[in-house]
Write a protein that binds this ligand. Sequence first.
Ligand SMILES: Nc1nc2c(c(=O)[nH]1)N[C@H]1C(S)=C(S)[C@@H](COP(=O)(O)OP(=O)(O)OC[C@H]3O[C@@H](n4cnc5c(N)ncnc54)[C@H](O)[C@@H]3O)O[C@H]1N2
Ligand code: MOO
Length: 410
Amino acid sequence: MPEGAPDTVEQHLDRVLRDLEPLPVFPQPLMDTLGLACAEDITAAVALPSFDNSAMDGYAVVAADVASASDEFPVHLPVVGEIGAGNAQLLALAPGTAAKIMTGAPVPTGADAIVPYEWTDRGVAQVSIRQAPQPGQHVRPAGEDVAIGDLVVERGTVLGPRHLGLLASIGRATVRSRPRPRVVILSTGSELREPGVPLGHDSIYDGNSFLLAAAARRAGAIAYRVGILPDQPEAFLTALDDQLVRADVVVTSGGVSQGDFDVVKEALAPKGVWFGPVAMQPGKPQGFGFVGEDNTPIFTLPGNPVSSYISFQLFVLPALRKMMGMTPWSRPVVPARLTHAVTSPPGRRQYLRGEYVVDGGTVTVSPVGGPGSHLVGDLASSNALVVIPEETTAIPAGTLVDVLPLDLDY
Ligand SMILES: Nc1nc2c(c(=O)[nH]1)N[C@H]1C(S)=C(S)[C@@H](COP(=O)(O)OP(=O)(O)OC[C@H]3O[C@@H](n4cnc5c(N)ncnc54)[C@H](O)[C@@H]3O)O[C@H]1N2
Ligand code: MOO
């Protein structure tokens, strides 16, 4: 069947994103939210510190009682008790007395300074103090860091280790966020073998399912890499059906172009999945639709490894980010100066592999390898894609071009 006019990258991205909804928000255990977008404004229910506490191991005192202390004329005070962190029975201190106190322990009412052990004889019944603290010295006041009601994490923040530390510190065990999408990855191709087994004369290793599963995981999703499927539509549909129960998204590789064994297209076109060309290279043959009872989105990516990876970056990644409530959905394009001239065939937006270098104020990109969509060695040596517009056929060295850096966190 003749193919229609190709869609633009933007048209296909719109097809993918328009009916995809963010996953529903629910409270998740704190550690599970690392790297997820917080879906609520979080205010502190607990102040930090939550009570006045000691910054030093030493003695809680009334500063005025020891103001005259010096090496020559130490001040002696009776020690009336000991206050440990998590073991504080002494709640108030009378003037003219001292209490041993440990770092983090609550400062008793009446005391207003801490004398570190180093300024004393570490006495047990009575202490000799050789140096005077200022009023308030070595006391960490309640609310100094965070007050009750402070907005500590804003909705939309992508949670990192420091946010999790703070949220735990204010007593949050869960955070409302969108879950990681579960992405099932299916590789099709009778030529494929699992790494680790011997190859035949006409077989190759299945690199794509690892490439795609790793990219999905890097995007914050949960990736299920399903074994290799042969070029048989029935077997493909059975495997797909088995997997749908654990999929928020399905990604397939291979079997979508014009071949005699294009299994994915053959199996899914009758089910209403869209297949067609997109004016890009690599990645021309694309497919997208919804399958199964739950209308699970399915991306059918081309089998050439570079095509698969670039298709993931351009279409699957924004979809996963939308589902996770993360913005921006698509990787931002940045300008960089091209170090070598490049050429490109007209009619398709070309994504060349490149090495992107930021050196002080200078940002350059050098082409890595050729345009072939089978060049996985070059793909692994690159860290960016150089975007060459559809109608541009040659770009001289030194031109500012659009670049998609690949190793950013988004
Ligand atoms: N007559 C035409 N032939 C082709 C066209 C076309 O328009 N007319 N388009 C070409 C383009 S562009 C691409 S891209 C590929 C896409 O083909 P498929 O998606 O059907 O992929 P396959 O044929 O299954 O495989 C293509 C290539 O990639 C290798 N491959 C597949 N799966 C994996 C994997 N999991 N790991 C590593 N390598 C994989 C496969 O062995 C093939 O070499 O079609 C062109 N043909
Ligand atoms: O579009 Mo294919 O992905 O050019 O090799």
